[in-house]
Design a protein. Structure first.
Length: 344
């Protein structure tokens, strides 16, 4: 990181992940802000070329954040860095440090930035359907599309972390140090969160999410590898193609604040069962070997998530609408990109 004048820009944490790749590419195409990419691993060269600065650093490292505070003028933060659901269950305390303490560090950075340049910092936070916790399959099969305020009873550390960070975001945006004499309540952060369904990317490999059985199925078939799916055939949760996830973040980020009736929004697209998704993959890769061998513990987690979500608030407040239904996601995005990737 070079030591010279601060530059107005957008900070993207977790930049090397599935979402970071797509987001940086789109933001670079728009060209309205300098991009600052942060990840615990060195930033991929393809991304680094699109950024004014890249940092291989931990969001728990206060010294790095202090240096950023002194060097850059940050107007938007996309806080993508997180330990995902499966890994978080093996190291729940580490997940709490990264997912919660790391988020607090970024919220504090946003407050300091806002005080310095005098404008609220827009804080974009990808949440998850993991914040939901339905008690059993009977309930899951009975309920309609789940609204944002319903069934907020997560059974995973990742879900607990995400739900708590949603509350932290509201607190920092509207109630921060509300009893302090020297500071009014909130105002320095414009916190906006999206509860993403399972995301399917053709560009980057699945990275350990509990919903990754669908993309894992697809990538394995394209490589002519056998795949044992860790959930039952009848499992149903919402999914989304990665381009729609990127578009949703960008669209919510620029939505006028006065149009938003809440800070956290569901978004959805399509919700095939695992068996239905397998049949669609077999249409393209007829010799694929995809078996169902449920892992009872991971299965229980997926069973606690809703079969679908109600995203009516986003459609009303900021005109959310997915561009990719399942046929288009497969035909125009996933299959062409994956076949090109593996030269099938």
């Amino acid at each position: 990181m070079t030591a010279h004048i601060r530059k107005p820009g957008i900070l993207i944490t977790g930049a090397n992940g599935e979402m970071g790749h797509g987001l940086i590419t789109r933001l670079a195409e728009e060209g309205t802000h300098h991009l600052i990419a942060l990840d615990v691993r060195p930033i991929d060269e393809s991304l680094a070329r699109k950024c004014v600065a890249t940092l291989a650093a931990d969001i728990l490292d206060q010294r790095v954040l202090e240096r950023m505070q002194s060097e850059y003028e940050i107007h938007v933060i996309y806080h993508l860095a997180a330990l995902l659901s499966t890994r978080a269950e093996f190291t729940p305390e580490a997940a709490h440090r990264v997912n919660v303490e790391g988020t607090i560090n970024l919220l504090k950075l946003a407050l300091e930035q806002s005080r310095w340049h005098g404008q609220p910092v827009t804080f974009m936070f990808p949440s998850s359907i993991a914040i939901y916790g339905l008690p059993d399959l009977i309930t899951k099969n009975k309920v309609d599309k789940v609204k944002e305020h319903e069934w907020n009873l997560p059974i995973t550390m990742y879900g607990c972390n995400k739900l708590y960070c949603e509350h932290l975001g509201r607190y920092y945006a509207f109630h921060y140090r509300q009893l302090a004499a020297d500071l009014g309540a909130g105002g320095g952060i414009d916190f906006r969160a999206l509860r993403f369904p399972g995301l399917i990317s053709a560009i980057t490999m699945p990275s350990g999410g509990t919903s990754d059985y669908a993309p894992e199925m697809l990538h394995a078939a394209a490589q002519n590898q056998s795949y044992s799916c860790f959930v039952r055939e009848d499992v149903r949760i919402p999914f989304m193609a990665m381009p729609d996830a990127i578009q949703a973040l960008l669209k919510l980020q620029i939505a006028p604040r006065q149009n938003l009736t809440q800070s956290v929004y569901n978004i959805g697209s399509f919700n095939p069962s695992a068996g239905e998704f397998r049949e669609l993959v077999l249409r393209e890769f007829k010799h694929a070997d995809i078996q169902f061998k449920p892992d009872l513990k991971r299965q229980a987690i997926v069973d606690s998530w809703p079969a679908d979500v109600d995203d009516g608030a986003g459609r009303r407040d900021w005109a959310w609408s997915p561009q990719y239904d399942l046929p288009r996601a497969l035909g125009e995005y996933l299959m062409p990109e994956i076949k090109k990737r593996y030269q099938t």
